[in-house]
Design a protein around this ligand. Structure first.
Ligand SMILES: [Zn+2]
Length: 351
C-alpha cells in the first residue's frame, strides 16, 4: 500500500505528494479514505491559507475533515472495529480532562485537536490516515460512504437544531441556504418541525430547499425578506419563534433581530468574521441569542436520521471530483460563476 496526501503548497495551489503510510497506535484505526466532503472552511483555506497560519514556515498544510472510509488496520487495543468495516470519524479529538469535556461539552474544549487546523494541519485529503477508535463510528449498512462523508456537516445542523429546540408547532426561518443552512433545515425536519422557511439569493439553493422539505422559500434578492415574513399572511406582529442565521453576514443577523418573536430564539450558526451591530431594543422581550459551535454527542443521532431516510444528505451533493482532480475541485468552488451551482462538493479518494 502506498500513501499520498493533497498538500496546499501556497493558497490556491494543491500538490498531491507521496507520504509515509501511518502506523496505527494501540487505540487507533487505520483508515482507507473513500470520500471527503469539501467544507466551507476548506474552501476558505484553499483560497486564502489557514485561518490561523502555522508558526513553522515548513509546516505542511492539509485540508479536509469530512471523511468516510474503510478500516484496513487496527491498533493492538482496538476492540470495536475490524478490518473491512465501513466507518466515519469525528474530526475533533478533545482532551477529555478539561471542565468542558468533563461536563459533556467537548465541542468547546480549548485543547481539541481538530483536523486541518493548528497545530497539526492534518487533512483528510489523503489515501490513508489513522484516527482514535473512540472518535470513529460504524456506518450502517443502509448508508453509503458518500453519505458517510456528509455526517459531519449534518451533525452541525443537528446540534444547532437541538440547541434551538426545533420541534413541531414552532415557526422556523433559516437565513442562508448553503450547505449548513440546508443541513439545519433537514435537522429541524427530522426533529418533527414542519413550518420552515429558507431564505437565500441563489435559485439553485432555493430549489433544493423546497425539494428537501422546506414549506416555503424566499429569494432575498427579489423580495424584502422582513416585509414578507412580517406580513399578515405569514407571521405578522407575532414574529418567528426560531430564527437560524446560517449565512454568516451582518445583514442577515440584522434581519434575524427584526423577524424574531417575543420570547423567541436566534441561533447564530454562520461564522460572523466581523463584529455585528445588534439593535437590542428590538429584542428586549426576552429573546435568546445563542451561538452554536460544531457538534457535541450528535453523531449517533445524525447517523440514525440519515440511515432511516429522515435526513437526505445525498441530494445535497452537486459535484463529485476524483482525488487527482482536487485542484480543479477547489478552483471551481471559488470560481464566481461555477460556485453558484455547487451546493456540496465531495472528493472521491479511493477508486
Ligand atoms: Zn477538554
Amino acid at each position: 500500500m502506498k500513501n499520498s496526501e493533497a498538500i496546499l503548497v501556497t493558497p490556491k495551489k494543491f500538490e498531491i505528494q507521496k507520504c509515509p503510510m501511518p502506523e496505527p497506535k494501540e487505540n487507533e484505526v487505520l483508515l482507507k479514505v473513500e470520500y471527503v466532503g469539501m467544507c466551507g472552511s476548506d474552501i476558505h483555506g484553499f483560497e486564502f491559507g489557514p485561518f490561523i497560519p502555522p508558526k513553522d514556515p515548513n509546516q505542511k498544510i492539509g485540508l479536509g475533515h469530512e471523511v468516510a472510509g474503510e478500516v484496513v488496520g487496527i491498533g493492538s487495543k482496538v476492540t470495536k472495529f475490524k478490518v473491512g468495516d465501513k466507518v466515519i470519524i469525528e474530526p475533533g479529538v478533545p482532551d477529555n480532562t478539561c471542565e468542558y469535556c468533563r461536563t459533556g461539552r467537548y465541542n468547546i474544549c480549548p485543547s481539541v485537536d481538530f483536523m486541518a487546523t493548528q497545530p497539526n494541519y492534518k487533512g483528510a485529503l489523503c489515501q490513508y490516515m489513522t484516527h482514535p477508535e473512540d472518535w470513529t463510528y460504524h456506518l450502517p449498512e443502509t448508508m453509503t460512504t458518500l453519505e458517510g462523508a456528509l455526517v459531519e456537516p449534518a451533525a452541525v445542523g443537528m446540534h444547532a437544531a437541538i440547541l434551538g429546540e426545533a420541534k413541531v408547532g414552532k415557526s422556523i426561518v433559516i437565513l442562508g441556504g448553503g450547505t449548513i443552512g440546508l443541513m439545519v433545515l433537514q435537522a429541524c425536519l427530522s426533529l418533527g418541525a414542519t413550518d420552515i422557511t429558507v431564505v437565500d439569493v441563489i435559485p439553485k439553493r432555493l430549489e433544493l430547499a423546497l425539494k428537501l422539505g422546506a414549506k416555503r422559500v424566499i429569494n432575498g434578492k427579489e423580495q424584502d425578506t422582513v416585509q414578507v415574513l412580517r406580513s399578515n399572511e405569514l407571521y405578522g406582529d407575532h414574529g418567528v419563534d426560531l430564527v437560524f442565521e446560517a449565512a454568516g453576514s451582518a445583514f442577515t443577523a440584522g434581519q434575524a433581530v427584526q423577524i424574531v418573536a417575543r420570547g423567541g430564539k436566534i441561533m447564530m450558526v454562520g461564522t460572523q468574521s466581523k463584529p455585528v451591530p445588534i439593535d437590542f431594543l428590538k429584542i428586549n422581550r426576552e429573546v435568546t441569542i445563542q451561538t452554536a459551535f460544531r457538534y457535541c454527542n450528535n453523531f449517533p443521532q445524525t447517523i440514525e436520521a440519515i440511515a432511516t431516510g429522515r435526513f437526505n444528505v445525498k441530494d445535497m451533493v452537486t459535484n463529485i471530483y476524483d482525488y487527482k482532480d482536487v485542484q480543479t475541485a477547489f478552483e471551481e468552488a471559488i470560481d464566481p460563476v461555477k460556485k453558484l451551482d455547487m451546493v456540496k462538493g465531495v472528493v472521491k479518494v479511493a477508486e
